[in-house]
Structure formats: C-alpha cells, structure tokens
Write a protein that binds this ligand. Sequence first.
Ligand code: MN3
Length: 202
Amino acid sequence: MSFSLPALPYAADSLEKAIDKTTMEIHHGRHHKAYVDNLIAALAGHDHLLAKPVDQLMREIKEVPEGIRQKVINNGGGHANHTLFWATMSPNGGGEPSGRLAEAVKSTFGDFSVLKTKIKEAALARFGSGWSWLVLSGGKLEITSTANQDSPLMTGAFPLFGIDVWEHAYYLRYQNKRADYVDAWWSVANWEEIGRRFDKGA
Ligand code: MN3
C-alpha cells in the first residue's frame, strides 16, 4: 500500500454546528491532500516505508532516515492527525463519553467538564499552529498538545482525539477566536468512535 486521502465519512456541510462547509472542503481536499502528496514524495524510493500504515510510520519515526525525517514528521503527522480528526467528529456527535471511557474520565479528571477545560487550556496555550490532544500514555488518560503536525504516536502515546488549532481549521468562521472554535467543537465530538479507540488502546 501507499498513502491516500481518506474520504470524509460525512458530507462537508454536515458539521455546520461547529465547522462551516468551505472550511471542511479546503481543510480536507487541499490541506490534508497536500500532506498525503508530500508524504509520498518524501518517501520516494523508500518502498519499505511507503508500505507501512501511517500510524506505524509515525510510531517508528526513528527508523526514517534523518535526511527526510522532518518531512515525514510534518506530512506523515499531518496525514495521521487529520485522518483521526475526521473520524472523531460526527454530525450526530456531541454529548458526553459513555462506557469504560466515561469511567476513566471520571477517575482521572473527576468530571467531564474538567477534561473540557483542560483541553481548551492546552489549545489556547499552544502558540502558533498545533493540536490539543486526549491521549493514552502508559495506560492512563492524559491531556497534551503538540506543535505543527507532530504526532503523539512519535512519543509512544496513543491519541484518542485531537482538536486541530491551526488557523486553517477555524479562521473563516471564527477569525482569531480560537476559544470559540474549541467551545463549538464539542458539539460534533464523536464519543462512540473515541470510546472505541479507548477500548482498543487501554
Ligand atoms: Mn489541519
């Protein structure tokens, strides 16, 4: 296999309660597509790396030759992060986690509202472009953020979801108001899929 742009699992205009159609189309069809194209170009001639699933490529980033490693971090991370981003949103999203994830949120943070506050703090504290994440690290829930397209997979964590806080993710509707975008994001959070990832990774 090589890498390809995954289709959006819903219509581009179906997340309007949080993200407008034009932002979705440009973000998926141009930004994410560019990460995929640039990743394939960066790995030209490295067939064994082109054959890896992108999550494995990022987990094993130290096996990528140093001369192309930063390109793979930027574009492989971009591909992995956005693939997860689309999958963990849904037109039928919102609400709260359930099942084992809900129990873990309660025992780790006390309350779901604390998780939301901490994700927002991480999103607002990230200077410039990056991501705010809920990850599993050593079997425990943790909130973290990364710069640019750095993937939590590179440091051995397993991302459950991430909020993209690059301006390209929110600028058309929210302009500079990153906090308003993060507040709105919860209305499309796909807790079913995030819970499935928790069950898989925990
Ligand atoms: Mn993005």
